[in-house]
Design a protein around this ligand. Structure first.
Ligand code: NAP
Length: 295
């Protein structure tokens, strides 16, 4: 079997187009564009690049982007004061603080300070709690993107066996919650799981989010399984170049799976598209408008 490739770039472009239409409707109704504020502390190059691409995508979707670049040695109280300001700014619907923060800062305290209604990363414990209790909140972008790709590929997920490899707060746990909400039977695996290959072999859906390049081998997969590879790690090759690898041994898996996301071009593009989606959704909710359809 040669698996179908799940095209995350195309799915993300379609979502971004729907977000842009919805943002334009919001602007017509409310008289201003939805706004996303992004805070960057220090000049860590990958974080600065993420912030640039988020700001660019925000503007391309017809929304307002507010960038706040702060020096690496800024005190935590100054960052908290900025968050307080953004929490009450009526032009700002979404707030995101780019992680990781410098060591002298308490990331949990910073995340907790963000108004849950503007927490477009979905990392605030209130949003985690809403997701866990099956209520509407803001859902972390990467798992939300994975769920969209799965539903696009498989339609109704009811009754399917799913495994999530990884239990982080930003990917693994919210992914598992979303799959439970979609009526899958969910296994969550982690570094202490005893027989990972056997657990993976039972699954119709495999979401790999371990950050361990090529951990999951082709012969671990159930034939026809749908594989979503969240992992993206740069690994040095024999010739000295660096290659972006997922958590799944792609060349092996493609012979066994029914459908699979490539790395790059799978989950990655969906993450920013879902950030834009969450910003528009937050803008509608904050303005007392009904949730927009089609997002
Ligand atoms: P993380 O916080 O390091 O969590 C990794 C999880 O994987 C942990 O729960 C860990 O288990 C588990 N794990 C590690 N080694 C394992 C093994 N050998 N077998 C089974 N489980 C194992 O990572 P993360 O932030 O969730 O990110 C995971 C990957 O996704 C990374 O490659 C990251 O770059 C990528 N990512 C991609 C996007 C995107 O937009 N495409 C977004 C976010 C993350 P323990 O809990 O037992 O330690």
């Amino acid at each position: 079997m040669t698996a179908k490739l799940i095209d995350g770039r195309a799915a993300a472009a379609a979502l971004r187009a729907r977000v842009a239409e919805t943002a334009a409707d919001f602007k017509n109704t409310v008289g201003r564009a939805p706004g996303l504020a992004v805070g960057l502390v220090g000049d860590h190059p990958p974080s600065a690049a993420y912030v640039r691409s988020k700001a660019k995508a925000t503007v391309e979707a017809g929304m307002a982007s507010f960038e706040h670049k702060l020096p690496a040695d800024i005190g935590q109280n100054d960052l908290l004061a900025l968050i307080d300001e953004l929490n009450t700014d009526p032009q700002v619907d979404g707030i995101l603080v780019q992680m990781p923060l410098p060591r002298h800062m308490d990331e949990a305290a910073v995340l907790m300070r963000i108004d849950p209604g503007k927490d477009v990363d979905g990392f605030h414990p209130v949003n985690a709690g809403l997701l866990a209790t099956g209520l509407d909140g803001l859902v972390p972008c990467t798992p939300l993107g994975c769920l969209m790709l799965l539903e696009q590929e498989l339609g109704d997920l009811t009754g399917l066996d799913a495994i999530v490899v990884g239990r982080s707060n930003i990917v693994g746990k919210p992914m598992a919650q979303l799959l439970i909400r979609a009526s899958c039977t969910v296994t969550v695996a982690h570094s202490r799981t005893r027989d990972l290959p056997a657990a993976v072999r039972r699954a119709d859906i495999v979401v790999a989010a371990a950050g361990r390049p090529e951990l999951i081998r082709g012969d671990w997969l159930k034939p026809g399984a749908t594989v979503i590879d969240v992992g993206q790690e740069r690994v040095e090759q024999a010739d000295g170049t660096r290659k972006l690898l997922g958590d799944v041994a792609f060349d092996e898996a493609v012979e066994v799976a029914g459908a699979i996301t490539p790395v790059p071009g799978g989950v990655g593009p969906m993450t920013i598209a879902c950030l834009l989606r969450n910003t528009v959704a937050a803008a509608y909710r904050r303005s007392g408008l009904p949730d927009p359809s089609g997002l």
